[in-house]
Design a protein around this ligand. Structure first.
Ligand code: ZN
Ligand code: FE
Length: 259
């Protein structure tokens, strides 16, 4: 299996997974990069996976389905181009001879789902998490609550540490600038930032990231850590008995306002 990030728009990645003859794509916001990659690698499109309803993740679905007949898998609780097979937490999406486990991750949108592919003999686990978890950050809360997003990120953070995290946007460097403001003393973060800066300088994606790395550097997976808690309390008014979701909400707000 080969994993390929197809750049789209300004900073999206459409993830393609293929076996040399058949491919799946995740969140094709635009059809053309997918058509180009299918032609270039001489692949048939076997399935389209969608994580949430936003146009930059679904804009190419109808054209790809019409041209290839590839079945569409998507979130049961969201409106995406018909027809599609709807999935909720615990369902298995079968494609390319692989079984993708569906995880409900509300927060960015109300019905957002993620697809987790457990490890196989020669392949690390893969996570396609759309706009829920980014490297060094997380999606904005357009439809869900902070408590929902915190629970969604907790569910993703509990996956195996060697999971390759296939995020849908190249937001890493901007996220890390904020992460370093939150945890200036985090040495793992300093090292990771240097690595990502050098990748971007060479025009390379910073993704996929590894879940074990995200646990060490991503403030949104670390809102219970003493260093992050202290920084949030210095930045925002929080009562002494603020709940975990309140701390997470203040951290997310800080990032929204961060320039
Ligand atoms: Zn989105
Ligand atoms: Fe997006």
């Amino acid at each position: 299996m080969t994993l390929v990030p197809l750049p789209a728009f300004a900073d999206n990645y459409i993830w393609m997974l293929h076996d040399g003859s058949s491919a799946i794509v995740v969140d094709p916001g635009d059809a053309q990069p997918v058509f180009d990659a299918l032609a270039h690698h001489k692949l048939q499109l076997a399935a389209i996976l969608v994580t949430h309803h936003h146009a930059d993740h679904t804009g190419g679905v109808a054209a790809l389905h019409a041209a290839t007949g590839a079945p569409v898998h998507g979130p049961a609780r969201e409106r995406i181009p018909e027809p599609f097979t709807p999935y909720v937490q615990g369902d298995i999406a079968e494609a390319l001879g692989l079984s993708f486990e569906v995880i409900d991750v509300p927060g960015h949108t109300a019905g957002h789902i993620a697809y987790f592919l457990p490890a196989a003999e020669s392949r690390a686990p893969l996570l396609f998490c759309g706009d829920t978890l980014f490297s060094g950050g997380c999606g904005r809360l357009f439809e869900g609550t902070p408590a929902q997003m915190l629970a969604s990120l907790d569910a993703l953070a509990a996956l195996p540490g060697d999971t390759r995290v296939c995020c849908a946007h190249e937001y890493t460097l901007a996220n890390l600038r904020f992460a370093r403001a939150v945890e200036p003393g985090n040495a793992d973060l300093t090292h990771y930032n240097a690595r990502c800066e050098s990748l971007r300088a060479q025009g390379q994606p910073t993704l996929p990231s590894q879940l074990a790395t995200e646990r060490l550097i991503n403030p949104f997976l670390r809102s219970r850590e003493a260093t992050v808690l202290r920084a949030v309390r210095e930045h925002a008014e929080l009562s002494a008995d603020a709940a975990e979701a309140d701390v997470f909400a203040a951290l997310r707000q800080w990032k929204n306002d961060f320039r």
